[in-house]
Design a binder for this molecule. Structure first.
Ligand code: C5J
Length: 227
């Protein structure tokens, strides 16, 4: 990524470089929540290897620090529901026929319920005051949230989308954003999945057909641009 002017830079990316203005670019960090990420959380309890997600923490910490230094607009999301589950679709609650469901007691409190310890963001990437946290009931960050309104009010047109999991909440958000006219860049090392092959394929889907959903880069190239 090379800077051509203080207010304009070019992110080296696939399928081709993307010119962005930092003033209209936001860093959107998806669902880096304790229940998905931590060894004692719900994801681990289901048998997932959380180390596959935790590889994204360090690159994302570096990108978050660079974004804060540059003054990028930064937002975080959390997937979860009201305590009475009134915002959880029955189809989502029943999905999987698992023994433990959303709202049940898990290792870090009630699973995917707002205010519970497991629902919160991991300390390594904790939002600073002033960084909006979007609580979303679905996989996509635009569904039933005020994210689009907040981004439009700030004049944002480019999103650097990071987080977990690549093929679920990151991908759904990128698709939603793309259809709403936002340009999306996913730094590959700042997103992760319990299934490495899904991570790879999800990234390939984004850049296929000339960047049908957006661009894929990495933390080093995005940080170089911000610098
Ligand atoms: C996210 C999920 N955040 N996989 N959730 O991707 O259910």
């Amino acid at each position: 990524m090379t800077s051509t002017a203080a207010s304009f830079c070019t992110i080296a990316a696939e399928p081709y470089a993307l010119a962005v203005s930092p003033a209209s670019t936001a860093l959107l960090i998806i669902d880096m929540q304790r229940d998905f990420m931590e060894p004692g959380g719900f994801g681990a309890m289901l048998g997932n290897d959380v180390s596959l997600l935790r590889v994204a923490i360090e690159p994302l910490q570096a990108l978050l620090a660079a974004a804060r230094k540059t003054g990028l607009f930064i937002l975080h999301t959390r997937e979860g529901h009201r305590a009475d589950l009134s915002d959880a679709p029955p189809a989502k609650l029943e999905r999987g026929h698992g023994k433990t469901r959303i709202g049940d007691l898990g290792p870090m409190g009630r699973i995917l319920i707002r205010g519970e310890a497991g629902h919160d963001i991991i300390p390594e990437l904790y939002p600073l005051p002033g960084e909006p946290v979007i609580d979303k009931p679905g996989k996509g960050s635009f569904c039933q949230t005020d994210l689009e309104l907040i981004l439009k009010n700030r004049g944002i047109r480019t999103l650097i989308v990071c987080g977990v999991t690549t093929e679920v909440c990151v991908h759904t958000t990128v698709r939603e954003a793309n259809d709403r006219g936002f340009e999306c860049v996913v730094p590959a090392d700042c997103a992760a999945s319990y299934f490495p092959e899904f991570h790879q394929m999800a990234l390939r889907m984004i850049v296929a057909q000339g960047g049908i959903f957006g661009w894929v880069s990495d933390s080093a190239r995005v940080i170089a641009a911000l610098g």
